[in-house]
Design a protein around this ligand. Structure first.
Ligand SMILES: Nc1nc2c(ncn2[C@@H]2O[C@H](COP(=O)(O)OP(=O)(O)OP(=O)(O)O)[C@@H](O)[C@H]2O)c(=O)[nH]1
Ligand SMILES: [Mg+2]
Length: 401
């Protein structure tokens, strides 16, 4: 949970991935599109190796992350590593731009189908249009249109042709429901009093708030709710001064039991993790996954998937708290493996359960990709907050968005 207000959190930005052969002009395109020197451009195949992630505001799209990737046709061992990174970028991509540059388009179409299968909108581009004679250009546009069944956007990074039109097209192609997802669902509406219990402990970044708190606060303000934020030690004092109980209390899941024990009867209670489980993932699957906790034994193996790569602190929730709770209940021999960042095993079958963090660093598309993989291999999956709520016996008392 290391994302803070003043950094460039990418979890809630529209991720636009740029894909194409080596030398098709991806990096030049991203530079022209952003009006900045984001990526290195060279007349050598394989210039871009690791994907480049550039966060920026694009009118009329709003906050986005542009992802420049390595070309498809990378060969050799290093090539395989690059392709792996390109695949990771593809898993995060919510809107794909594929650069076509010649009649041969086998790889381009492979990626086109990959995105279509995942319901990710794709825009095919004919790149470097300044290099073609008019008939050749029309011929290629028609060929790409016929093969993909999509309108083709002709673009030249050299002359700037097509860039403005493309931005408008992107806004029209936004993924369905994009920007409409609510963190708090219909739990509350205007004028409702909402209390946020947000311990600012050693885990919290100095002088800042973590992203889930920032996003929730912003949404509540936009919804015209009356919001009160307290640290855990001020929770009881705050309840005392209020003339009526809060309609909803949203708490950090680490102090869930305490907040539940002292909550006014009429107040609904939920946690940031539960809200984000629904916002970023598949809440019904997570709740089903939490039930699988009860069938764990001393021989079970659990995977904890942490998205942040922060230096682990004392009492770290994924490394210390959850493993301790599980071992206490099912025995010290229960095995817990932890992966962090974008590491996530291909083969999940050795595990009886996967416990995912709140994923504030990642976008919904990527989290859903992880859940999908767990579903395909029939492995139950849940997240930190829901695990804690289940283990402390309060999941049934939690209000779901
Ligand atoms: N004439 C013209 N040349 C272009 C255009 N876009 C890119 N180029 C040239 O094509 C070459 C490759 O461009 P890059 O942007 O590095 O291509 P890339 O797809 O990022 O290549 P890799 O990173 O190696 O996969 C460079 O020499 C660019 O100057 C364009 O719109 N018009
Ligand atoms: Mg490049």
């Amino acid at each position: 949970m290391a994302v803070t207000l003043n950094e460039t959190p990418s979890g809630n930005r529209l991720h636009i991935g740029i894909f194409g052969k080596t030398n098709s002009g991806k990096s030049s395109f991203i530079n022209a599109f952003s009006g900045q020197k984001v990526s290195i451009v060279a007349d050598v195949a394989g210039t871009t190796t690791d994907p480049v992630y550039k966060a920026m505001e694009i009118y009329p799209l709003g906050p986005c992350v542009l992802i420049d990737t390595a070309g498809f046709d990378d060969k050799g061992e290093l090539g395989a590593l690059r392709i792996e990174k390109t695949e990771l970028a593809a898993q995060k991509t919510e809107l794909a731009i594929i650069l076509f540059c010649e009649e041969e388009m086998k790889q381009e179409m492979k990626w086109y189908h990959y995105f279509k299968e995942k319901n990710t909108p794709v825009i095919p581009i004919l790149s470097k249009t300044d290099l073609y004679m008019p008939e050749q250009r029309e011929h290629l546009i028609e060929l790409i249109r016929k093969t993909t069944g999509e309108n083709v956007c002709p673009v030249s990074a050299a002359t700037g042709e097509g860039i403005r039109e493309l931005k408008e097209l992107l806004a029209r192609k936004l993924p369905e429901g994009y920007g409409n997802r609510m963190i708090t669902g219909d739990l509350i509406s205007a004028d409702d009093l909402v209390m946020l219990v947000m311990p600012q402990d050693i885990q919290a970044p100095k002088g800042r708030l973590i992203l889930p708190q920032v996003q929730t606060l912003r949404e509540l303000l936009d919804k015209k709710c009356l919001v009160m934020s307290v640290t855990t030690d001020q929770y009881l004092a705050a309840l005392k001064v209020l003339s009526k109980p809060p309609k909803l209390i949203i708490t950090d899941s680490q102090v869930f039991s305490y907040v539940y024990e002292h909550k006014p009867q009429r107040s609904m209670l939920t946690s940031f993790s539960v809200l984000f489980a629904a916002y970023k993932g598949d809440l019904p699957y997570y709740i089903e996954g939490a039930k699988a906790i009860d069938s764990l034994t001393a021989d079970s193996r659990v995977l904890i998937a942490e998205c942040c790569t922060h230096a682990p602190l004392k009492e770290d929730i994924g490394r210390v708290k959850i493993p301790r709770m599980l071992k206490k209940r099912f025995g010290e021999t229960l095995k817990v493996d932890l992966v962090s960042g974008t590491d996530y095993p291909e083969d999940l079958t050795p595990y009886d359960l996967i416990i995912q963090c709140g994923a504030c660093m990642f976008n919904r598309k990527y989290v859903m990709y992880r859940i999908d993989r767990a579903k395909k291999q029939q492995i139950p999956m849940t997240n930190y907050g829901i695990t804690i709520a289940h283990l402390t016996g309060i999941l049934e008392h939690v209000s779901l968005p």
